[in-house]
Design a protein around this ligand. Structure first.
Ligand code: BGP
Length: 484
């Protein structure tokens, strides 16, 4: 339909908010019957540009299981949300949040992952969190698996590498959907499911003792089990709580070609396909042909049960969510590309980067939104975006103008994309209250509007202090994105 006036404004019901994950905020790792999870066995990274979970081995897990302190394991501490959720949610409400993304830790509900009965104290904790959100009219957006699973399943059956994990997960999801029926309008199955190709934190499988070919085989097989479990969860949700919506969640990283040389453009397209593959399966309900070719070229064989393809086809997600932190660059000849942006690709000479080398690309968000909308024609939800920085507390204040600049630039591009016709449901920036970093397990990589007085060693009063960006985001929400 021809529209002479394109709207450059956010829809009235736009969902403004913030996003977190249980193992990065809750702490209370061994409280009220919670079982040990994969996040509880990860140490702080030895190097800031490395991933803290890269070195996890069976021996390091056994050592962690035997250690009953939180000294070496920052995700056991979180930011103490478990005991401070009322104060924290009050702060979110003060900013005007419409939605709050958090995850329900599988290990709080089923401490071993496959216990006969759910743990009532675990359900009670999330009851209280959701009741507090309801008090402030903040809608819950719940991730069912955010980089953690009961460690028992890792030790017994190597996590998602085993098909048995599907049934265990779907008992957990069925329990959650039934218990919270009518109270959670939006769910996501697996956080950043595509990072399963990186290993342990997503697959819960130990594979550091294998060759890289064997790792690829194991990881894509584990991911297949997650696809099936995700489709089954979607089916359960639609039956148990028909008004609730299910989304998939991708770490979206658009790949640009290093030059206009067609071989570079092709290389970028192929890299992009390997990123979009996950959403293709979850939104369209089938493995795309380009991946079948990739599997054949790499000797990967996905073992499927007889009705897996039918289950995937019958249960696509209702909406598509993704995190957006960066774009990346590739070339047919990788020698021409300078490494940047974590382990995933090349550096773009036109962009600035954070202290952790994550390149900042607001215009890339508009490109991403348009491309995702064109590809799927399903509502989009940006469920993570933000700047990790080393904030300084001075006289009780944090002047984080750099964070405001970052977020403003990204939100301005979202507005442009809405003007381009993209259907965008909402925006939950990452880490509204400072939390433990996923990749490095540091506390000092901060994202929040609220500063938490805690250092990398877990010292500090845990007091919550509003940063300058707190007041800025409050104004953004209050004006529905008009006043940036
Ligand atoms: C995403 C994860 C989050 C998160 C965020 C920022 O990949 O879903 O869990 O923490 O990135 O990453 P980091 O904490 O490593 O800076």
């Amino acid at each position: 339909m021809y529209k002479p006036d394109y709207p450059h404004e956010f829809p009235k019901n736009f969902l403004w908010g913030g996003a977190t994950a249980a193992n990065q905020i809750e702490g209370a790792w061994n409280v009220d019957g919670k079982g040990l999870t994969t996040a509880d066995v990860v140490r702080q990274a030895s190097d800031r540009k490395k991933m803290s979970m890269d070195d996890v081995t069976r021996a390091s897990i056994e050592e962690a299981v035997a250690d009953t302190t939180d000294t070496h394991y920052p995700k056991r501490r979180g930011n103490d949300f478990y005991h401070r959720y009322e104060e924290d949610i009050r702060l979110l409400a003060e900013m005007g949040f419409k939605v709050f993304r958090f995850s329900i830790a599988w290990g709080r509900i089923f401490p071993n992952g496959d216990d006969a009965e759910p743990n009532a104290a675990g359900l009670a904790f999330y009851d209280q969190v959701i009741s507090t959100l309801e008090k402030y009219h903040i809608q819950p957006l719940v991730t069912l698996s955010h980089y953690e699973m009961p460690i028992h399943l890792t030790l017994e059956q190597n996590g998602w590498a085993s098909r048995k994990t599907i049934a265990a997960f779907n008992r957990f999801t069925e329990t959650v959907f039934t218990h919270f029926r009518g109270r959670v309008p939006y769910y996501l199955t697996f956080n950043e499911i595509n990072t399963g190709t990186w290993g342990f934190h997503e697959t819960g499988a130990i594979d550091t003792d294998r060759s890289s070919d064997e790792q690829l085989q194991l990881r894509y097989q584990a991911l297949h089990h997650q696809f099936v479990a995700s489709a089954m969860a979607t089916k359960q949700l639609h039956a148990i709580d028909p008004s609730a919506k299910m989304g998939c969640m991708l770490a979206r990283m658009q790949t640009y070609p290093a030059t206009p040389n067609p071989v570079d453009v092709l290389a970028a397209q192929q890299a992009d396909q390997r990123n979009l593959f996950f959403t293709d399966v979850q939104a369209r309900g089938e493995y795309p042909e380009y991946m079948n070719r990739y599997f054949a070229d790499h000797g990967i064989r996905i073992q499927m049960a007889a009705d897996d393809e039918a289950v995937l086809k019958a249960n696509p997600v209702d909406f598509i969510s993704f995190s957006y932190y960066m774009t990346t660059v590739t070339s047919a000849d990788q020698g021409h590309v300078v490494n940047g942006n974590m382990a995933t690709g090349g550096r773009n000479p036109y962009l600035q980067e954070s202290a952790w080398g994550w390149q900042i690309d607001p215009v890339g968000l508009r490109i991403t939104l348009n491309a995702m909308w064109d590809r799927y024609r399903k509502p989009l939800f940006i469920v993570e975006n933000g700047l990790g920085a080393e904030d300084k507390l001075e006289d009780g204040h944090v002047h984080d103008s750099y964070r405001i600049d970052y977020l403003r630039a990204h939100i301005a591009q979202m507005k442009q994309a809405i003007g381009d016709g993209v259907q965008l449901m909402g925006y939950t920036m990452w880490g509204p209250i400072d939390l433990i970093s996923f990749s490095t397990s540091e506390m000092s990589k901060r994202y929040g509007f609220v500063y938490v007085d805690q250092d990398d060693e877990g010292r500090g009063s845990l007091a919550r202090i509003k940063k300058d960006s707190f007041y800025w985001y409050q104004k953004v929400i209050q004006s529905n994105g008009a006043d940036l």
